[in-house]
Design a protein around this ligand. Structure first.
Ligand code: GLN
Length: 199
């Protein structure tokens, strides 16, 4: 374990999807993950990771658990948040090809089209340029970022395509960074979060 020696409680939204592997990545960089399924659990964390999975199902579960308004409040108060794949869809300001009853937090000014990335729409892996160097990205029915707002920084690309973006305390990736045993992007998020400790 590398151990970042940061005293942060980072929540992992654990309603559905790939949350367990994110918890392992956080633990491997020395941060204790907290599974979040309720507003009370959200209150105990300083930052949140929103995993891949099925964004329309997660949207429903966010409503029924009472977490949607709770997370929306925390996001507007500046909670550092990292959304991956379906998690990115949940953070986006516009969802294209979403279900009509699917909601998002509008926490990062991007338009994302569900299930649209790459020629192999189902799944593929590729090397991505990121602030921490080349990273092996796993894309699973991945959302494509079709528009990036003026306040959004593109910090990771696959060829010409934006796949890792940031707006203030919000980070979003169209791929799954948690599936290859490489926790450098989790470490980047934690380091970024710990540099911004005002939440
Ligand atoms: N296609 C999924 C959705 O729209 C996202 C896929 C993923 O998270 N791996 O929610």
């Amino acid at each position: 374990m590398r151990g970042l020696r940061v005293n942060l409680r980072i929540g992992v939204l654990a309603l559905q999807g790939a949350f367990a592997a994110h918890c392992e990545c956080l633990a491997s960089v020395g941060v204790e993950p907290v599974e979040v399924r309720s507003p009370a659990q959200l209150e105990s964390v300083q930052a949140l990771l929103m995993p891949g999975g099925e964004s329309s199902t997660m949207s429903q579960l966010l409503e029924s658990s009472g977490l949607f308004p709770a997370i929306a409040n925390r996001l507007s108060a500046g909670m550092p948040t990292f959304g991956t794949c379906a998690g990115m869809i949940l953070l986006a300001s516009e969802i294209l090809d979403g279900r009509s009853d699917q909601h998002s937090f509008s926490a990062i000014d991007i338009s994302v089209r569900r299930n649209a990335f790459g020629r192999q729409v189902d799944s593929f892996e590729s090397s991505i340029s990121t602030p921490i160097g080349e990273f092996h990205g796993v894309f699973i029915r991945a959302p494509r970022i079709e528009r990036v707002g003026a306040n959004v920084e593109v910090i990771g690309t696959l060829g010409e395509e934006p796949v890792l973006v940031r707006q203030g305390n919000v980070l979003a990736a169209s791929f799954h960074p948690e599936l290859t045993g490489d926790a450098r992007l989790h470490e980047y998020f934690v380091t970024t979060v710990s540099n911004m400790r005002k939440v």
